[in-house]
Design a binder for this molecule. Structure first.
Ligand code: FEO
Length: 386
């Protein structure tokens, strides 16, 4: 596949993968992207997952059409991109390997060598001239690993963006970009908003016509759309108006309270309402929703003097990703000593700019006249809040 006259796609699609990075379901598979730059000298950008050694080497061979690559550029050492460094270096014994010093340190840890005789260490602002293509290396530390470098090709105005601007899903499946890019971003990169903001600032100073990430499609048209979403996500801004209700229920009574709240909100018509049952939905999708919308209702049971485990996992997933700038409302259930609201509130104590709704719904075993009224009050308060 031609990205430009000189840049060719040599990545692979993975439809056999069970869980990406050991935890994310990827119903439409995954793409591991790799690129070849053809010039007086030739460079290969990153490798692919360990399961695709031969198809990837074959793709490179086809695009090089008899030439040998001069450089392998390693932007990111996570094994979905680095697993075939050894295979490449064996296949092309005259090639040199280009990476940051931190990437070389990781290379030795992962694969037992950092190629001391064949390596080129690059840092912020260093360049590599292939001919008319001059590559500039830009640190993207902690987007989302410390060794990450992105690479700018000033000739074709291409930014090779490593995991930034990536998404779940193989390239031979057509699907909405934002949906799976958001789930990927929030799940994998979401904690590092400050570092993504720093990268966006550096990228703003470059003339970019194409973004070539390590996952997902090459981005070409209307780059401001993708950059705008990345700016919203990495600044923890609200992308869409709406209320998310995330709940767990043991015998269905908390669920009935949630259904009543959703009904009241829908009757008022003040916002789109999304409901996630945390024991049954894809947790990454529920986390994505919490970051996408501005208001979140957490509903759970008191359990073993704490809260129900799926809810604990969910809130931990938010807090560790620096969840902030949101309105949070609490609904608890407890048959003899309800403390779920207090526990949930306490879990956000280090989070920035969380506004809790004044109304807390307490269900004692099952809905009652009193808790029905609290649900109505909460619906009114949520609709009133900006
Ligand atoms: Fe796609 Fe961070 O590896």
């Amino acid at each position: 596949m031609h990205i430009t006259d000189d840049i060719r796609y040599v990545g692979v699609n993975d439809h056999e993968i069970d869980l990406f990075e050991g935890q994310y379901v990827v119903p439409n598979g995954m793409a591991y992207n790799s690129y070849v730059i053809l010039d007086e000298k030739t460079a290969v950008m990153d490798t692919v997952s360990e399961h695709f050694t031969q198809p990837w080497l074959d793709n490179i061979k086809t695009e090089l059409a008899g030439r040998a690559p001069d450089y392998l550029i390693v932007q990111h050492m996570e094994p979905d991109h680095s697993a075939n460094i050894g295979a490449f270096m064996r296949a092309y014994p005259d090639a040199r390997i280009v990476a940051s010093d931190r990437a070389f340190a990781m290379m030795k840890n992962f694969y037992g060598t950092d190629y001391p005789q064949r390596r080129v260490v690059v840092g912020e602002g260093d360049t590599l001239t292939l001919g008319r293509h001059i590559l500039t290396f830009i640190s993207a530390a902690m987007v989302h690993w410390p060794e990450v470098t992105v690479t700018y090709d000033s000739f074709d105005k291409v930014l090779f963006s490593a995991d930034a601007f990536g998404k779940f899903g193989a390239l031979d499946v057509r699907e909405d970009w934002a949906c799976e890019a958001r789930r990927y971003y929030i799940g994998i990169v979401g904690k590092y908003g400050v570092q993504v903001q720093a990268l966006l600032k550096k990228a703003a100073g470059l003339a970019i016509e194409k973004i070539c990430p390590l996952h997902g499609p090459v981005l070409t048209d209307d780059l401001s759309y993708y950059v705008g979403l990345y700016n919203t996500w990495s600044s923890y801004g609200v992308e869409s108006d709406g209320i998310v209700i995330a709940y767990t229920s043991v015998y269905g009574n908390t669920k009935k309270a949630v259904e009543l709240l959703a009904k009241r909100l829908q009757e008022k018509g003040c916002a789109k309402v999304t409901v996630n049952d945390l024991a049954r939905c894809d947790m990454a999708e529920a986390v994505e929703d919490a970051f996408r919308y501005g208001k979140l209702v957490l509903a759970t049971t008191t359990y073993n003097g704490d809260i129900f485990p799926f809810m604990r996992t969910f809130i931990e997933s938010l807090v560790e990703r620096n969840y902030q700038n949101r309105t949070v409302a609490l609904l608890e259930n407890g048959s003899w000593g309800p403390i779920a609201a207090k526990v949930m509130r306490g879990m956000f104590e280090k989070s920035k700019n969380i506004a809790f709704a004044e109304t807390v719904v307490t269900v004692r075993s099952a809905l009652s006249t009193q808790s029905d009224r609290q649900v109505e009050e909460l619906a009114e308060e949520l609709c009133r809040k900006e």
